[in-house]
Design a protein around this ligand. Sequence first.
Ligand SMILES: NC(=O)c1ccc[n+]([C@@H]2O[C@H](COP(=O)([O-])OP(=O)(O)OC[C@H]3O[C@@H](n4cnc5c(N)ncnc54)[C@H](OP(=O)(O)O)[C@@H]3O)[C@@H](O)[C@H]2O)c1
Length: 437
Amino acid sequence: MSNIINARVTFHNSPIHILERFTFKDIDSAYEYFKEYSGLKECVILQTCNRVEVFGLSNDFNIQKIKKTWASLAGLEEVAFKENFEISENIDVYSHLLKLTSGLDSMVVGEEQILGQIKEAITNAREIRASGEYLNTLFDKAIRIGTRVRNSTGISKGSISVGSMAVKLAEENIDDLKSKKILLIGTGEAATMVAKSLNKRGYEFFVTSRTLDRSKAFAETVGGNPIGFEDVLSGFSNYDVLFVATIAPYFLVTFERIKEAMNDKKTGMMILDLSNPRTVDEKVTTIHGIKMMNLDQIAEIVDKNMRNRVNEKTYAEKIISEEISVLEAQMKRLEVEPVVKEIFKDIDTRRVKELEKALSMLGETDQEKIKIIEDLTKAVVEGIIAEPMNNIRRASEQSDEELLKAATKLFDYKKKASRFSKTHQTRIILLWMGFCS
Ligand SMILES: NC(=O)c1ccc[n+]([C@@H]2O[C@H](COP(=O)([O-])OP(=O)(O)OC[C@H]3O[C@@H](n4cnc5c(N)ncnc54)[C@H](OP(=O)(O)O)[C@@H]3O)[C@@H](O)[C@H]2O)c1
C-alpha cells in the first residue's frame, strides 16, 4: 500500500534564522537523494522563507531515513531535528496541503504568494520527473481546491503582508511621509515586500545592503536609490524612517548610533524592525524622538486585521473539510487504476483475437458488416465489464478490505493477479467476482 507523506520544518515552530539551516542548497540533488536514500518513489519539495517541506510517495515509509537524508543534504546532525520536525501521512497530508493552497497555514492568512510557490514546486518536480501520477494528481487537485476556497470566500481579499503593514504604520504615525527621507536596510524577501509597498504608494526611498552590487541589483528590479552600507551606518541622522529587514545576527541599529544621530537631528525618527531575531536594539526607544515597532508588534496588527475575517476563515475550513473526503477517495482510486487499465487491455486483446478468428471463419469482406460485428463485440465486452470495473474503483475508494478479502477466498484467481501486488490481487479478484456474477 502506498503512503503519501509530508515532512516539514516551518515558521510555526522554528524562527526564520533557524529554519534557514534546514533549507536545501541544491534542490535537484535533494530530489535525487530523497528518491535514492529515503525510499521515496515520488517527491516534491516546497521551500520558501517560511517553510521547508518534503512531500513523498513511499511503500515502506521510514522517518529515520528521511531525517538522515535531509540532515546530510542540509549539512546538519540528525539530532538537529527536534520538536520542530513535523511529519504527516495520507489524509493529514491532504488536509495540510489544502490549508497551504488556501493560505490558511500562512503567517499572514490568505496571502497569495504561497499558491504561486506551490505551483512552481510541482512544475519543477514534474519537469525533472521527481513527481509522478500520485503527487501530480494530489497537487493539481489541491491547487484547484485552494483557488476555489480563495474565490468563494473573502480569505484573500485585502490580505496584507508584514511589509505593507509596516509601510501603512509609517503612514499612520508620520505626518506627510512623502516629504520624509526613508531608508530600507536589507535586500531580501522581507525588504522586497516593503519596497513593493513603498513603490505602490509612491514613496521615494534609499536602499542598502552589505554589498553595493546587491543594492544596485535590488534597485533595478524592485526600486529605491542604492546607497553604501558603511555610509548609512555612520549617518542615520540623514533619515526620518528606517525599515530594517536583515538576517544580521547582531544589532545593526545600535543605541549609540541612534543616540548620536538624534543629537544632530531636529525632528523625530520612526524605526520599523521586521527582522527576527531583531537587528535594532530595543533600548533606542528610550531616546527622545524615537518611535519604534518590531516584527511581533507589526505581525500582531496584521493578525488583528485578519480577525475581522474570522468568518471567512471558518467558511474556508468548512470547504476544506468537505473536499478532503472527496480528495481521499480520488487518491485511493489511483491505487487500482493501473490494474483496471491492465484488465481492460487484456480483455480487449482477447476480444480482437476472437473477432479476427470469427471473421476469418465467416470469410467476411464487406466492411460495413465487419464494422457492425466489431461494434457488437465492443458493446458486449464493455457492457459486461463496466460495472465490475466501477465496483473495483468503489471498493478501492472505500478501502473495502473485507469485501476484497472475501473475494480472495471465494475466487482462487491467482494467475493474472500474480503480476501485481497483494493488494492489487484482491482487487482483480473482485473484478472477476463482478464479471462472473
Ligand atoms: N521573508 C519573509 O516573508 C519575512 C517576513 C517577516 C519577517 N521576516 C524577517 O526579515 C528578515 C529578513 O528575512 P528575508 O526573508 O528577507 O531574508 P533574506 O531574503 O535571506 O535576506 C536577508 C538580508 O539580510 C542581509 N544580511 C545578511 N547578513 C547580514 C549582516 N550580517 N549584516 C547586514 N545585513 C545582512 C542580506 O543582504 P547582504 O547579504 O547583501 O547583506 C539580505 O538583504 C529576517 O529576520 C526574517 O525573519 C521575513
